[in-house]
Design a protein around this ligand. Structure first.
Ligand code: ADP
Ligand code: ZN
Length: 213
């Protein structure tokens, strides 16, 4: 499947994307994970991106499009991909459209994960992320077996630098201003489905039920 996952920070894009990779071998492409990897590795990209990310601001579109142009042409994308955290702005969506047309790829749909703001705030402040494999935990609803250690890969599980209250509130404002307009953009393209995303299991089932073909 070839999907875009839209939704506020904490809507569950990463969790749903990981669950969907088991359905048909489509790969999860998380621009947030790619950027955090670049920051951890101290690459040029990471150095350029870090300050934007820590403040909860968006990384400039040209850096993101450079990443995505390479990533979408890798061999593992041939089976399908789940775009998690991209596109995030109208210019990114326009650039993606041109890129996909050039590569001869057609999107199946864009999924809008809808979650009430209180749930989002609660999820983000209690969320913990694996520094090794990107697995997502929650101190209340999905703790690691050993505190601070990933069940999957053994790496450290931490609160992200952009999960302070101030950065979270900025990320939600940035989402409303820059990313929320993509919902109407994909609705006009005839690609959008809205899903109440309080339960990730329901989201995955609804996506499966709506896949074309
Ligand atoms: P979340 O969806 O939980 O906010 P992500 O892991 O998707 O978090 O992204 C973390 C940060 O990485 C964002 O706040 C932003 O700084 C940067 N980022 C990720 N994807 C993009 C993108 N498509 N465009 C611009 N910045 C991005
Ligand atoms: Zn891990």
């Amino acid at each position: 499947m070839k999907l875009i996952l839209l939704g506020a920070p904490g809507a569950g894009k990463g969790t749903v994307a990981k669950m969907l990779t088991d359905v048909d071998g489509s790969v999860q492409i998380s621009t947030g994970d790619i950027l955090r990897g670049a920051v951890a590795a101290g690459t040029d990209l990471g150095k350029k991106a870090k300050a934007f990310m820590d403040a909860g601001d968006l990384v400039p579109d040209d850096l993101i499009m450079g990443i995505m142009e390479e990533r979408l042409q890798e061999a593992d994308c041939a089976n399908g991909f789940l775009l998690d955290g991209f596109p995030r702005t109208i210019p990114q969506a326009e650039a993606l459209k041109a890129l996909l047309a050039r590569l001869g790829i057609e999107l199946d749909m864009a999924v809008n994960l809808e979650v009430p703001r209180e749930v989002i705030l609660d999820r983000l402040t209690t969320r913990r992320t694996c520094t090794g494999c990107g697995a997502i935990y929650n101190v209340k609803s999905k703790p690691t077996k050993v505190e601070g250690v990933c069940d999957e890969c053994g790496a450290a599980v931490v609160q992200r630098d952009d999960e302070t209250e101030e950065a979270i509130s900025n990320r939600l404002d940035v989402y409303n201003e820059k990313t929320a307009p993509l919902v109407d953009y994909y609705r006009k393209e005839g690609k959008l489905i809205d899903i109440n995303a309080t339960s990730s299991d329901v989201v995955v089932q609804t996506i499966k039920d709506n896949l074309p073909g």
